[in-house]
Design a binder for this molecule. Structure first.
Ligand SMILES: [Zn+2]
Ligand SMILES: [Zn+2]
Ligand SMILES: [Zn+2]
Ligand SMILES: [Zn+2]
Length: 355
């Protein structure tokens, strides 16, 4: 029997330096606090699948895997395209989820937790340069001062117009220049989301009856997936018929609303190996198909979901075409394998309220 407790996440304002990578933060907005500082994705591997614009950091969850040495430190990152036109109903092509993990003994961080000292020397210069604007790996630099780095032409032009034009001559004259590193610059504010710390805490005990319903919904999703794959057994066939009769769509939304009302400001629900809280009973193609891990071939499981409340905190704008979601449901490799690149793509389902 699964635990009836779920962790939920809330946002709090926090000084930027306390969200630095050495503190292994969970955070929303600002620049990503990378975990592996060396093996970063190239900028062309961090672009929107629809429009090819650079993706912008949305949030990251620090979620160690206690059972594995490799996952002593473990963070899951979510990036999103800022173009509202790339955001389509029940499609997650404008998002990218990356998982990264490190053993306790690694090249970047001390074995014991870092003390909270603001100006502690943490040499980021050893590792690849980061974009002044968005914090992503930056292969090119300003041709005039050669001291400020960018991920893309797009961000270089934007920074030049908004900020760098005015300070470039001074930087050229100065002997040394300290890059913004992890700080959000004035120009960066125009593309990055507002920065928050994500505090994760236990939800109050849930009525076991409601938990059963969540599990039923996840069971239904899995049965539909089997059906689509043609691996449905006769027993499962009967089960599926049973489920589809007892799970009308509006019931799912009512349940969602009731559960969320207990903590209206929650932006995250974390329940690794548990069941997501779907916003709608709609189990169409995009929702039932969770592919296996492309690195180890193993099964993926539900890990956490981002709630629509997050949209209220990050200033996405209220124009009709802005980015939006009902729930972002993240499935990750159950074994949290170490194969593949340092930043491994995981699977996200965007479920919207409207069909
Ligand atoms: Zn896009
Ligand atoms: Zn950039
Ligand atoms: Zn310059
Ligand atoms: Zn795997």
């Amino acid at each position: 029997m699964a635990s009836t407790k779920v962790d939920i996440g809330f946002l709090e304002e926090k000084e930027n330096w306390l969200l630095h990578p050495r503190f292994f933060p969970s955070k929303v907005g600002g620049k990503p606090a990378w975990l592996d500082l060396k093996n970063l994705r190239a900028p062309n591997e961090l672009i929107c699948k629809k429009c090819s614009d650079p993706l912008v950091f949305l949030c990251q969850i620090y979620a160690p895997y206690e059972d594995s040495d490799d996952g002593f430190h473990r963070t899951v990152f979510i990036f999103v395209c800022r173009n509202g036109s790339c955001c389509q109903t029940n499609t997650s092509d404008n998002f990218l989820v990356l998982r990264c993990q490190l053993p306790r003994q690694n090249d970047f961080y001390s074995f014991e937790p870092s003390e909270e000292i603001e100006n502690q020397d943490f040499p980021m210069d050893e590792w690849p340069k980061l974009c002044e604007l968005c914090g992503v790996k930056a292969p090119s630099h300003c041709s005039k001062c050669k001291k400020v780095y960018y991920c893309s032409r797009k961000h270089q032009v934007l920074d030049w117009q908004k900020e760098h034009k005015g300070i470039c001559p001074e930087i050229q004259k100065a002997n040394s220049y300290k890059s913004s590193n992890f700080k959000v610059t004035q120009a960066g504010k125009s593309i990055l989301f507002k920065e928050w710390e994500l505090i994760v805490d236990e939800e109050d005990e849930e009525d076991p009856k409601n938990v059963d319903e969540n599990q039923e919904m996840e069971k239904l999703r899995k049965l539909m997936q089997e059906k689509r794959a043609g691996t449905l057994s006769n027993v499962s066939k009967d089960e599926l018929e049973q489920y589809t009769k007892t799970m009308p769509e509006d019931k799912v939304f009512n349940k969602f609303s009731k559960r969320v009302a207990r903590h209206p400001d929650q932006v995250l629900r974390y329940d690794r190996g548990g069941s997501p809280l779907w916003i709608s009973g709609n189990t169409d193609n995009s929702i039932i198909n969770v592919p296996n891990c492309q690195f180890c071939g193993g099964e993926r499981q539900f890990e956490f979901q981002i709630m629509p409340q997050l949209l209220n905190f990050i200033d996405v704008g209220i124009e009709l075409n802005s980015i939006d979601w009902g729930v972002l449901v993240v499935y990750t490799c159950k074994a949290s394998c170490s194969q593949g690149p340092a930043y491994k793509e995981e699977y996200v389902i965007k479920q919207d309220l409207s069909n």
